[in-house]
Write a protein that binds this ligand. Structure first.
Ligand SMILES: Cc1cc2nc3c(=O)[nH]c(=O)nc-3n(C[C@H](O)[C@H](O)[C@H](O)COP(=O)(O)OP(=O)(O)OC[C@H]3O[C@@H](n4cnc5c(N)ncnc54)[C@H](O)[C@@H]3O)c2cc1C
Length: 465
């Protein structure tokens, strides 16, 4: 049995590890376009900030660790064409030679590529690039390019286009590194994955650390600055009221989301689903015989929304594990995502799981959302922090649909959202969450745990809606 994985990031490596773990006799080859298998690209912002001191430290496992599991890594090797009928994969190796690999099962984990928005200077023939100080950010190669710009040209000012979670992490990182950050976001508030009242708290956190945050601002053009002007680059944008906005910058980071990298699979006949991602069943099987796929290149099964596209590292790991097991003949299903996520912005964290109002409506629920606050632990014990919570539940059934949290990074925001995610995963009601037997000691919590207070606030508030 020869399993071939395409892609050496979260999905491909998780699949390979699972397959080798289940069947140490299985021949497992991982084809990776670059030389950085199993690197934590989620950690890039912390390399940029300087908190992670060497890029090698971002490796989840070293190449030697991976090879010790018995998998064969084929680095700097690009998969070019899949022939599903013949179960053959054409690759180009590091020395430029073409080679055909025969497989019994193939797992596609080609991931995502950053979106290149239609901004003058970012797209087109004479688009600016890393050598001009204009960067996209996804791979280790992109990271090395950003680090070169930061180290060689010592920029003072950065414009970040986009204020999703990666844009915010980079604002934190570049500010920590000593740059002045200007963040431009075309939507009315930052972090559009949470409701605007929480986005507003994140916004305040950015400005309190010296960032200039321009929301409702659409970037139109990035050009090289005229000789004698300030900065290497000039960023032209339009504010929501139509006025022109212009800023000088030494470096520009364009981080406006990703799209699934599906060309290889699609050209072999793979069916395509939500947001152009590869269609897979819950067992991560594509419509092509003996071809599975996982990670940012595939659709995401959401437990409440059905088929969607939600590219996250945590999901890629789980889908990869399912694909690795099923490639060996298993019958595991990906249990589904709730879009659970958390982001640190300076000293604060914002998190969400499940649905917001508009998503709940689209899934046929009748949602009510109630905002409340609670202390992370008893306020009489030093170091307590307020947590702002937004609970969404169904008005008729009381079912818990979504939770959003904002609070200090030491207020266990991530683990509290995970408790909420566990409750939603198991179809609990808001009232049921309030009944859970959760832990308590004054330095770490309250007799009613913060999210149980949020649940009770929802129960009170929902009666008034
Ligand atoms: C800065 C940043 C921060 C992030 N932070 C978080 C976070 O905090 N939490 C979270 O859950 N997620 C986070 N993510 C998202 C997460 O990193 C991705 O969801 C995850 O990496 C997806 O893994 P993947 O294996 O599907 O694809 P990718 O990581 O995109 O990897 C694709 C792999 O396929 C290879 N490849 C592509 N085409 C070919 C080909 N033709 N031949 C051979 N190899 C090929 C690539 O070289 C690469 O190895 C972050 C992403 C970034 C960029």
């Amino acid at each position: 049995m020869h399993l071939v994985m395409i892609g050496g990031s979260d999905a491909g490596i998780s699949a390979a590890l699972r397959a080798r773990g289940l069947d140490p006799g299985a021949e497992v080859s991982v084809v990776v376009a670059d030389a950085y298998p199993n690197f934590s690209i989620c950690g890039i912002p912390y390399l940029v900030s300087g908190e992670v001191t060497h890029w090698r430290n971002l490796a989840h496992r070293t190449t030697a660790d991976l090879e010790a599991t018995g998998m064969r890594l084929r680095l700097d090797t690009t998969a070019r064409r899949i022939d599903p009928g013949a179960r053959k994969l054409l690759v180009t190796t590091a020395d430029g030679a073409d080679e055909v690999l025969a497989y019994d099962k193939l797992i596609v984990g080609t991931g995502a590529v950053p979106v290149r928005p239609p901004i003058g200077g970012v797209t087109g023939e004479d688009a600016l690039g890393p050598e001009d100080g204009v960067h996209l950010l996804h791979s280790m190669g992109d990271t090395f390019a950003v680090m070169r710009t930061l180290e060689e040209s010592a920029p003072a000012t950065a414009v970040i286009v986009g204020a999703g979670y990666i844009g915010l992490e980079m604002a934190d990182a570049l500010t920590t590194r000593g740059l002045r950050v200007i963040q431009m976001e075309q939507l009315p508030e930052v972090l559009p994955t949470v409701d605007p009242p929480l986005g507003h708290l994140v916004h305040a956190q950015l400005t309190s650390h010296g960032a200039e945050v321009l929301t409702g601002t659409t970037v139109r053009q990035i050009t090289r600055a005229l000789a004698g002007g300030t900065g290497r680059l000039r960023v032209e944008a339009t504010a929501a009221d139509g006025t022109a906005v212009s800023r000088a910058a030494d470096v520009v980071l364009v981080v406006v989301g990703v799209r699934p990298d599906t060309e290889l699979a699609a050209s072999a006949g793979a069916a395509i689903g939500a947001r152009g991602a590869i269609a897979v069943d819950r067992g991560m099987r594509t419509n092509l015989p003996d071809v599975l796929a996982a990670g940012d290149c595939v659709i995401t099964h959401h437990r409440l929304l059905g088929e969607t596209y939600l590219p996250l590292g945590t999901t890629a790991h789980k889908q990869g594990r399912v694909a690795g097991e099923n490639a060996l003949g298993g019958n595991r299903e990906f249990a589904g995502s709730l879009g659970t996520q958390v982001v640190k912005i300076f000293d604060q964290a914002a998190a969400r799981t499940g649905l917001r109002d508009h998503e709940a409506v689209s899934a046929g629920f009748d949602p009510v959302t109630v905002q409340s606050e609670a202390d992370d632990h008893k306020a009489y014990y030093p170091g307590s922090h307020r947590i702002t919570m937004r609970f969404t539940g169904d008005r008729h059934t009381g079912r818990l649909l979504g939770v959003q949290l904002f609070g200090h990074r030491h207020a266990e925001i991530a683990k509290r959202i995970d408790t909420a995610a566990t409750a939603i995963f198991h179809d609990m009601t808001v009232d049921g969450l309030s009944d859970l037997d959760l832990s308590y000691t004054p330095p770490l919590g309250s007799p009613w745990e913060a999210i149980q207070m949020g649940a009770q606030a929802w129960l009170r508030g929902a009666c008034q809606h």
